[in-house]
Design a protein around this ligand. Structure first.
Ligand SMILES: Cc1ncc(COP(=O)(O)O)c(C=O)c1O
Length: 303
């Protein structure tokens, strides 16, 4: 049976999971009017720590701001509520989902007087993309990434994830682990819920933030972790560049660092011993588990 947290934080109160329900008329259910975050906590030798909590809370408020949603809480209140839920649910390795949505029970696109619900759910999430010792197989999606002039990719709006679902589902139906979306001009954008990196001749590349992608916190972590020894090159990445890469990997809170061994039939050596993708993965897990003192400041210990 899927894991259910004992408690959920909803609208300022800690309530039992079974009582955290919404009406069938909820605006967000009909029109996708919500914003959310995805955060992980990890067991370390010094207790449970949340990875880059302040950056996630900041992005949560940035998403709310883009959609002009007044959450009714301060970032500090949300931060404290997240920590309190990890403690209350006795979570160790967990996935944390802050969610805010228009809760108005009324049909009609514009909620005249928006009523916003805010919830924090903590859950378990093991390997999001499955076991990846040999790397995962991904498919170039026939569905293009929505342009930022239509839906801002820098916000995590719930409705925009229909596009992610469509591409991911298509890839899975065809026997792949995940999809890669191109932008409207055919340049590489990102995965449905992950940023993508490629490696060619020892150099690391990732689509720049002019592409319609989320400014991922894991993406940023990788860029910062390698800024001195092998600086990541942020640029527009063409499809042929990606397909002829030596290696590629996904980076995201849920996906963590996942080496990619094949893209639509093109084989890569990402999961081979000694590859750069494996080095990034090993380094990332050391950082999130508190085993790299240089990045200790990215961890918020819950007790
Ligand atoms: C579309 C998309 N791209 C990239 C990412 C990776 O972002 P982060 O590393 O901040 O989790 C996510 C996950 O939040 C995402 O949903």
């Amino acid at each position: 049976m899927a894991y259910k947290p004992e408690f959920v934080w909803m609208d300022g109160k800690t309530i039992e999971f079974e009582k955290a329900n919404v009406s069938i008329l909820t605006h967000a259910l009909h029109y996708g009017t919500g914003i959310f975050e995805g955060i992980r906590s990890y067991q370390t030798d010094d207790g449970v720590a949340i990875f880059r909590l302040d950056d996630h809370v900041k992005r949560f408020f940035q998403s709310a701001n883009i959609y002009r949603m007044d959450l009714g809480y301060t970032p500090d209140q949300i931060r404290e509520a997240i920590i309190s839920m990890i403690v209350k649910n006795k979570n160790t390795d967990s996935y944390i989902r802050p969610l805010a949505f228009y809760a108005n029970s009324r049909l009609g696109l514009h909620p005249n007087e928006p009523r916003i619900s805010v919830a924090i759910i903590t859950t378990k999430l093991d390997l999001y993309l499955g076991k990846s010792e040999d790397g995962i197989r991904v498919k170039i999606s026939p569905w293009r990434k929505i342009d930022s002039t239509a839906i801002p990719s820098m916000a995590k709006g719930t409705g925009q994830y229909l596009s992610s679902y469509l591409s991911s589902h298509d890839a899975k139906m065809d026997g792949y682990n995940e999809a890669v979306l191109l932008d409207k001009s055919g340049f590489v954008a990102e995965g449905p819920g992950e940023n993508i990196f490629s490696v060619k001749d020892g150099r690391i590349y990732t689509p720049s933030l002019e592409s319609p992608i989320l400014a991922g916190i894991t993406r940023d972590s990788v860029i910062r972790m390698f800024e001195h020894e092998n600086p990541v090159i942020e640029k527009r990445v063409g499809l042929s560049e990606l397909l002829t890469s030596d290696e590629a990997f996904f980076a995201g809170t849920a996906a963590e660092i996942t080496p990619i061994s094949e893209i639509s039939g093109y084989k890569l050596s990402s999961a081979k011993k000694g590859s750069i993708a494996e080095t990034v993965k090993d380094r990332y897990f050391k950082v999130v588990r508190g085993k790299d003192s240089k990045y200790r400041h990215w961890l918020t210990f819950v007790e």
